[in-house]
Ligand binder design. Structure first.
Ligand code: ADP
Length: 484
């Protein structure tokens, strides 16, 4: 892999503006998920270094929050410009450690950078209110202030964008941050810090700690009274634990957790568009996104047509090394992910599902799971209940709108939902009835900086992106002025 700027390939952590290693001399390996080769060793930091990062962030907070919004904005803007300038290099680092096809990785860099650009602008629009007083001698004003030191714990599926979605609004608001990226994908996080340093982010404002001792770091961050906010993206199981851990210091918390997205095709849908939307929403990142369609509900009258057309498209998806041209589906992140998808598919087949495509790993590479199509699926199968996190389409048949709404909502999750149809009366009814934070109507692609991303129920709380995203990092204070 050739980078135009080799110094973006960082293998030290970034604390208080210094590139540091583990005090105990401990490292851990980062692997290429395509061939399992070791691509780097990064520091395996522990509690002690985490506490240093918290201290550095606390000190930096006092000066960072006092900068004008314009000053913070211009640093963020420079960071955005640098990310765009080096998007190819950042994309290559991302593909190397994460596996997604290079054009998709470069797309993620642009998407990740868009949050930095957006919040560079929003930094200047942190407005308060004046409120008519409740008594003649009272005047009331609200101001918004940064919450303080923020911890961000991020997953491996979007090693760049899941960081910028949290760090950009935090920095814009005047907070300082400690990021703990997933252990599979620390290099994208460290490259971001390198560009942040070049953009002029002052020391201590952004800190990145890599570690293989996830629990130890989690405990150090959640138990610290200095850390006032935790923003987490990852599994519901870990999110629930972190919510509990944050209770001891009553932190402000944002949680972006798992999903079980329904994808509904009504009988009046444009089937070709529904097929294209299904491919887009299912196979991005080899199915490893929390908004990937998980359960496909297709009206009985269009079931055969939709299934046939989708199967034809699935056969065209090229699998392989993310660095090779035209590859659309790269490897799964690790062996555990492959095993889980295998289990889901085998369970469905054992219980009577028909396997139309895929159902196994590629003959050339046992970490690549072939795009898979299952029909005759029902709710007795694990595929109905579990977040698949892999390139598997299970298709269920339905006959009435009432029935499909009930099925779609029959899950503890509530992140993204999709449906295709043309009858506006049905569109409104279904949009309102779906218990989800985000609904794609005649589209399979919903993620954008300008809209509020987030879920309800066990998919979490809090919103990222849009004009709402910065509120997660602000407190409202109200000033009540009496007469002097
Ligand atoms: P996934 O690996 O599917 O993205 P996880 O929830 O396991 O989902 O991981 C998301 C992030 O949370 C990663 O950075 C991981 O290291 C971190 N993590 C996992 N367990 C804990 C924990 N007990 N405390 C703090 N962070 C954790």
């Amino acid at each position: 892999m050739e980078l135009t700027d080799k110094s973006l390939f960082k293998t030290s952590c970034y604390i208080n503006g210094e590139w540091v290693n583990s005090k105990e001399g401990k490292d851990f390996h980062v692997h290429n998920p395509y061939n399992q080769e070791i691509i780097a060793d990064v520091p395996d930091l522990g509690k002690e270094e985490t506490e240093e990062a918290i201290k550095a962030a606390e000190v930096a907070f006092h000066s960072w929050k006092k900068k004008t919004a314009g000053e913070r904005s211009s640093i963020l803007r420079k960071w955005f410009d640098l990310m765009m300038e080096y998007k190819e290099d950042l994309g290559k680092i991302l593909t190397l450690e994460q596996g997604k096809p290079l054009p998709e990785a470069i797309g993620e860099i642009a998407y990740g950078a868009s949050f930095v650009e957006w919040f560079a602008e929003e930094a200047k629009r942190i407005y308060g209110d004046t409120i008519p007083g409740h008594q003649g001698d009272k005047r009331i004003v609200t101001i918004k202030q940064p919450v303080g030191v923020v911890a961000a714990i991020t997953p491996w599926n979007f090693p760049n964008a899941m960081i910028t979605r949290k760090v950009a609004p935090a920095l814009a608001a005047g907070c300082t941050v400690i990021v703990k990226p997933a252990k599979n994908t620390p290099l994208s996080a460290l490259a971001l810090a390198e560009l942040g340093e070049r953009a002029g982010i002052p020391k201590g404002v952004l800190n990145i700690i890599t570690s293989n001792r996830t629990k130890e770091i989690g405990e150090a961050l959640t138990s610290s009274p200095i850390v006032r906010k935790l923003s987490f993206t990852g599994s519901t199981e870990v999110g629930k634990q972190l919510i509990k851990d944050c209770a001891s210091t009553v932190k402000k918390v944002s949680m972006e957790l798992g999903g079980n997205a329904p994808f509904i095709v009504f009988k009046d849908a444009d089937i070709d568009k529904a097929v294209a939307g299904a491919i887009a929403s299912k196979f991005r990142n080899a199915g490893q996104t929390c908004v990937c369609s998980n359960r496909f509900f297709v009206h009985e009258e269009v079931y055969a047509e939709f299934t046939k057309k989708l199967s034809d498209e699935i056969k065209k998806l090229k699998v392989g090394n993310g660095f090779d041209e035209d590859v659309l589906i790269g490897p799964m992140i690790d062996q555990g992910a492959v095993n889980f998808v295998n289990y889901i598919v085998n369970d469905a087949v054992k219980k009577g599902a028909q396997l139309l495509d895929g159902g196994k790993t590629a003959s050339s590479n046992d970490h690549i799971y072939l795009p898979t199509l299952l029909t005759d699926v029902d709710s007795s199968m694990s595929v109905y209940h579990e977040e698949i996190f892999g390139p598997v389409v299970p298709i269920f048949k339905f006959s009435s709108t009432k029935e499909v709404i009930q099925l779609a909502n029959d899950t503890p999750f509530g992140l993204a939902a999709y449906f295709y149809g043309r009858d506006y009366a049905v569109i409104w009814k279904v949009s309102e009835a779906l218990e989800y934070g985000m609904v794609g109507i005649n589209t399979g692609m919903i993620s954008t900086t300008v809209a509020p991303f987030g879920g309800i129920k066990e998919s979490g709380f809090g919103r990222e992106g849009s004009k709402y995203g910065i509120d997660e990092y602000l407190e409202i204070k109200y000033l009540c002025f009496g007469e002097v």
